[in-house]
Write a new protein. Structure first.
Lengths: 316, 678
């Protein structure tokens, strides 16, 4: 995985450059007054003017105390925003048009960090109340419209800890990878037929009990609900799935070349639609993408193999 | 772990948090109950009670309309009940607005606003009371308010750790606060006129009428403190503190009257060794005069000068605590000044008080000299069993107050005796005037200073005796004990045989007295060192550091501001440098890569953050085929550095070099070219 290589590649440029080590944090974090911070500063200015006008030393003392608290809080703010590490892990996958949930794990370096907000685009934020030395998982969402592999190399972290008057924003280098499947596009296109398959390839003979029915086997996750043998469940014998003879052979192959339409991406969407429909029906299916052929199969791993191929396929 | 999505605009506060905010508001408002008007206090209490009840029994919350209407009403109430645009009105407005704002707490940000306003509220307490106790309370409130501010935003940090964090913040802020406090330039005299405090207006006034001093004398708070130089200790009956001189008699009311004229330049009276130097620390009384031991010959305070009647006037009212040096010669009589010729001290109202006038002329006829006449007047007071009382009977309206006092009630406070005495003198054609000031004081054995309280307020008479004005104190003729005790005790307001006076005699009483003295000394030192830290002190501080501010004169204030700002900045960056963990963020490869992408973007290649290097190359090929060759080199470098196991420093340098030298042209020019090509 790329994430593994991340460790070695990071920090190459920083070797033997102690100056850079100092310069980077000072400018890597952006500090901004929040709305309340502005109110606070205006308040301080008013108090200072009042103190000067009344030549009131207690006023000076308290005004400077409040100012100093604001200044000192900067140290805490920076320590908080820099006090954790952030790593992306796993590979998220969604269909185009949905939001891609990147998984992150956060881990405090020293003490706990509070009130962190994470964002990929700087607009929508996800809040993490507390990050400890034990790693904490979080998710950031990114809406995606385009099929393919997505790689995010940075994430924004922001926090107004401790007073909420100053907000520090930091960019963190992470590697977040995601896979975006094409958006399913309804179509009526058919499939290639293989090995004397039935006409209606995507309809299963569920109700034609007889010669095809092969027996029962224990239910496996991923078996379509229509194949569940409800009678045995009702008789409290457990969950069983019906097995049909042709289950282990045959199946449809959807080919990119057969898809109607002009736009390449739409064709992939149609393919995706057909494939998902077949999967939902529990049928065996395969894909033919240009020169690439995925033999018919079924089940979760087969489905994800096909979707991945759809996501990554590029016409040459 | 707790994750809250979309937390930026804030979320509805919990009941516990809402209560915390209410407690903060109450804590910060309480000290102001001494300052704001009773209706304002009641309104505040009602709003709080409703707020509390609304949480408990879910009463209907005030809507926007109600709140706006209430706001306008409260604004009017604050102004009206506190006599216009005073500081009190401002504070009561603030308290009521905060109480009102409590109702609008649908979001965390509303709570934050309330808490931040609480800072303002508690700090504005500085205008009213700057004693140690009050300062400690304010500091405590700041500590608590900060903790609440942290806790309501970061509930993952419970209140106790939030308090600990607040303490860490505050204690670390202290050195910086001290630095700023010491170097921030003090501008003498303030920026513009200071709104007076209503509270201090009840102090000494520039006129005396029956009952005025008595009202003041019930107050036990400090009027001023005096430290004598060279260990001088005056006797009790020497402690006449001269304030203003009243010339204008309007019956029982005496006013300052006439113009004020400065005395001759430095009245050179008495031998140098008879002059007693002292420092007075005057509590603000909002009047334009200072107090000095009778008889002052010199007073050193900016904007103040000695007048021909030996009153010390000031160009601006004393609105904050003031220290000044004085020099006096005890037992010296004020010299009659030739400038006083147009003010002979004989003016009386046209009519009124016929019995007093008649008495004066009768007694004067029987006396051979003015001095004998004064003796006869004293006899009159002594023989007619006048009594000294803080709460004498008030003359019925319509009667002549002096006549009524002299012949009916025969019971009064110092202003009754002094005003009637001076009236009688003038009625007989003897020049006389009233002096309003303090008499007495209590020595603090710990601090070596004298404390003069409001209850030492006193009025006495000065009668002209040839070239001098002679002090006569008719009150002492009636109540000699006033010479030993202050008015509260002397009048029996604290009854000689009362429980309190017995208590004062007891061992516990002695002990509490010394406790009080110690506490007053602590306050006095606090005032002296902290609350009166002034331009002069700054001057000395810088002088001790070897910086002579005199040299800079006009520039020095700017300089001080610069030093203050610089100090804060240096502190900030030092703090940054000494932060324990240095974040290692943004490795150079990523930054160089970003530079490259930005350059491409300028060149018209639209690339998304999530696109990998291979995608980028395609995008370049599509948008700018002319750049393909150069971009490919860089992209290959990047892939090599990022995704191959070992990246050498040379590779990295070459990569950065290539990006630096990558200069794509403007997109427009290129497009035109391709347009032609196609």
């Amino acid at each position: 995985m790329m994430t593994d290589r991340m460790g070695t590649s990071q920090g190459i440029g920083l070797k033997n450059r102690s100056f850079a080590r100092f310069a980077v944090p000072a400018f890597g974090v952006r500090l901004l007054l929040t709305g309340h911070g502005v109110v606070y500063v205006v308040l301080l200015a008013a108090l200072l003017v009042g103190s000067i006008n009344h030549n009131n030393n207690l006023g000076y003392l308290l005004t400077f105390l409040l100012s100093a608290i604001l200044l000192v809080s900067i140290i805490f703010t920076l320590r908080n925003i820099n006090g954790f590490t952030c790593q992306g892990h796993g590979e998220a996958a969604v269909f185009a048009g949905q939001a891609l949930p990147f998984s992150l794990s956060l881990q405090a370096k020293d003490g706990p960090c509070y009130g962190l907000a994470l964002s990929l685009d700087g607009k929508s934020w996800v809040r993490v109340e507390r990050v400890d030395a034990l790693s904490v998982a979080s998710q950031v969402l990114m809406p995606v419209n385009r099929r393919g592999r997505i790689e995010m190399r940075r994430i924004f972290a922001a926090s107004a800890f401790p007073l909420g008057l100053l907000r520090a924003t930091r960019e963190i280098s992470v590697i977040l990878t995601g896979l975006v499947y094409p958006k399913p596009f309804p179509t009526h296109a058919g499939s290639e037929k293989i090995q004397g398959e039935r006409e209606e390839n995507d309809k299963l003979p569920l109700h034609t009990a007889g010669h095809d029915f092969d027996g029962l086997r224990h239910y496996r996750p991923g078996d379509p609900p229509r194949r569940i043998h409800w009678k045995s469940l009702a008789a409290q014998r457990g969950l069983f799935a019906k097995v049909f003879e042709e289950d282990e052979g045959g199946g449809a192959i959807f080919s990119l070349a057969d898809m109607p339409g002009e736009i390449f991406e739409d064709k992939l969407g149609e393919l995706c639609y057909l494939m998902l429909r077949a999967d939902g029906n529990g049928a065996r299916y395969g894909l033919r993408l240009g020169g690439q052929l995925i033999a018919p199969g079924r089940g979760l791993s087969h489905k994800s193999l096909c979707l991945r191929a759809l996501a990554l396929y590029q016409s040459s | 772990m707790t994750t809250r999505a979309n937390a930026t605009p804030g979320f509805a506060p919990s009941r516990q948090e809402a209560h915390l905010v209410l407690y903060t508001v109450i804590l910060c408002t309480l000290p102001h109950f001494f300052n704001i008007s009773v209706p304002a206090i009641l309104l505040c209490l009602v709003l709080w009670a409703y707020h509390f009840a609304a949480h408990r029994w879910s009463l209907p919350r005030a809507g926007l309309m109600t709140r706006t209407l209430l706001g306008v009403l409260l604004f009017a109430a604050a102004i009206v009940t506190n006599e216009g645009l005073t500081l009190e009105a401002f504070v009561s407005l603030l308290t009521m607005m905060i109480a009102l704002k409590l109702f609008e707490q649908r979001h965390q940000r509303d709570e934050m606003t309330v808490v931040i306003l609480c800072y303002f509220l508690i700090v504005s307490g500085m205008f009213f009371d700057d004693s140690i106790l009050s300062t400690a309370y304010i500091l405590g409130c700041i500590l608590f308010t900060t903790a609440v501010l942290i806790h309501i935003q970061f509930p993952a940090l419970a209140l106790t750790p939030a308090l600990a964090l607040s303490w860490r913040l505050t204690s670390r802020a202290f050195p910086l606060m001290l630095l700023l406090f010491l170097v921030f330039p003090r501008i003498q005299g303030g920026l513009w006129g200071r709104p007076a405090l209503l509270e201090s207006n009840t102090g000494f006034a520039d006129e005396i009428s029956f009952g005025a001093v008595a009202r003041l004398a019930v107050r036990g708070d400090a009027a001023f403190r005096v430290t004598f130089e060279n260990g001088f200790r005056p006797t009790k009956n020497q402690l006449y503190w001269r304030g203003i001189v009243l010339w204008d008699c309007q019956g029982e009311t005496w006013k300052q009257g006439g113009q004020m004229r400065p005395a001759e330049r430095d009245m050179d009276m008495g031998a140098q060794e008879e002059r007693r130097g002292y420092t007075v620390t005057l509590e603000p009384h909002n009047q334009r005069w200072l107090f000095a031991l009778d008889l002052p010959v010199r007073v050193t305070s900016q904007g103040s000068r000695l007048h021909d009647d030996f009153a010390i006037h000031r160009s601006r009212p004393v609105t904050s605590r003031l220290s000044y040096q004085g020099e006096s010669i005890l037992d010296l009589q004020p010299v009659y000044q030739p400038t006083e010729d147009d003010r002979p001290g004989l003016q009386l109202p046209r009519g009124g008080n016929p019995r007093a006038r008649e008495l004066a002329s009768r007694l004067r006829r029987t006396a051979a000299t003015d001095a004998e006449f004064v003796e006869k007047l004293f006899d009159f007071y002594r023989e007619n069993r006048f009594t000294y009382s803080m709460t004498p009977a008030v003359a019925p309206s319509g009667t002549d107050a002096i006549d009524w006092f002299l012949f009916n009630s025969r019971s009064g406070f110092c202003e009754h005796f002094a005003a009637s005495f001076a009236f009688l003198l003038r009625a007989a054609g003897v020049p006389a005037r009233l002096v309003n000031g303090y008499f007495g004081g209590e020595e603090n054995p710990f601090g070596g200073y004298w404390l003069i309280r409001q209850s030492d307020a006193h009025v006495w008479v000065e009668v002209r005796n040839g070239d001098f004005w002679q002090r006569i104190d008719p009150t002492l003729a009636v109540a000699p004990e006033r010479g030993l005790e202050n008015a509260r005790v002397a009048t029996g307001a604290e009854g000689r045989d009362s429980l309190f006076s017995q208590f004062k005699q007891s061992a516990v009483g002695q002990w509490t007295a010394s406790l009080f003295n110690a506490w007053d000394m602590a306050n006095s030192r606090w005032n002296q060192w902290v609350m009166e830290y002034s331009f002069a002190d700054q001057f000395r501080l810088f002088a001790s550091l070897g910086i002579d501010l005199e040299k800079f004169k006009g520039l020095f204030q700017l300089l001080l501001i610069a030093v203050a700002v610089l100090g804060a900045t240096v502190f900030f960056f030092l703090a940054l440098a000494f932060m324990r963990k240095m974040p290692r963020e943004g490795d150079q490869v990523a930054r160089t890569w970003r530079v490259f992408r930005e350059k491409l973007e300028q060149a018209g290649v639209i690339a998304h953050d999530y696109q990998g290097p291979a995608d980028l190359l395609k995008a370049v090929t599509a948008a700018r085929p002319d750049l393909r060759g150069r971009a490919e080199v860089i992209i290959d470098f990047y892939i090599a550095i990022r995704y191959r196991e070992q990246a050498t420093a040379e590779m990295l340098a070459a990569f950065r070099q290539a990006v630096r030298q990558f200069r794509p042209g403007r997109p427009g020019r290129h497009n035109r070219m391709t347009g032609v090509g196609n």
